[in-house]
Design a protein. Sequence first.
Length: 411
Amino acid sequence: MIALIVLTLVFILIAVRRIGRLRLQIWQIMLLGASIVLVTGQIPVGIALRAINLDVMAFLFGMFVVGQAMEESGYLSHLAYRMFGRARTGSSLLLAILVVMALLSALLMNDTVAIIGTPVALSLARYTGIRPQPLLIALACAVTVGSVASPIGNPQNLLVVVYGNMQNPFVTFGRYLVLPTLVSLLLLYGVLRVAYRHEFGRCPVAHVYAPVSDPALARLCRVSLAVLVSMLAIKVALVAAGVAADVRLTYIALLAALPILIGSNVRAGLIRRIDWTTLVFFAAMFVLMQSVWLSGYLQAAIAAMQLDIASPGVIMLTSILASQALSNVPLTALYLPLLHEVGAATQAYMALAAGATIAGMLTIPGAASNVIIIQNAEKRAGSTLTFIEFARVGIPATAICSAVYWIALVA
């Protein structure tokens, strides 16, 4: 029971982000929650350490190194100007962000794009005069929805591919999820246009050319991006060919960071300045979520409700709601063994992939990519997204996109 109470308090604190006059960051709140369950004996220290997913931690470290180098070299701002410089109005800039970031998320994984895309959004805010918050929310929504349609779009989809024993996952995801994802992005554009009609209207926006400030570091960044894209292409080809090769995203991220870690003479400063607080958040989250699972209350609640756990409709509703407490990757990891045990059909696995992913738009704790974006924005520019502002867009966006995927998978 204590673990559930702590989880509830963590959720409330993430919503309000303060205790009296003390303003808290998300990583501090999650670390507090993990510390409480450890001190109160809700989870043994050994199990807590094993609960921390080292693959996820190493992946984030590698991508943080690449992202930090791209930002400090000026190469990231330079790329942002080339990608978005032709958008001359707020509405065209919004459309460009949704399309580009969604496509990149489907190819490079949403957490990768969240890491690299946050400083891009902040740079666009500086140069165009648009407030950072609408651009950050547009980024968060784009990386969430765009990642649904690809087996490598996010960690939960990769888990679904493994547990679902899919022979050709790209064809399967394409058949079930590409069309509803395209429709969802179009509707998402409408939701954001309405919510931020002043920022994303037809008023002109100006772009400022951003030159590369450190050419040597920028060259290493180009090599790192080439390694990243090449390795991901190899992974996609192997998966499509049905070759069982263990090309983990962890290996890809670390290999991509290697040119910078080896070739840069400012590597020590880069490592010191990466977003360590987000890594602390994830380590603490793994510990807290494992303690909740060990309590057994969630399993008992599911059993008491006597739900048809393999029904696509039940799966979508459950995953969307439960992801707000557990976050979507842990929720998917917990739900997949249940589907495997009952021999669920492919449609059920697709419902889990869609529901657990779009759950990330409902509230901030719903997806790791949201936390990455907010932590990065607070660290780099002092800009943040409040729970209320995020939910003001996230609730209608999630409701509309849920209806689209529901029609595609359930109706």
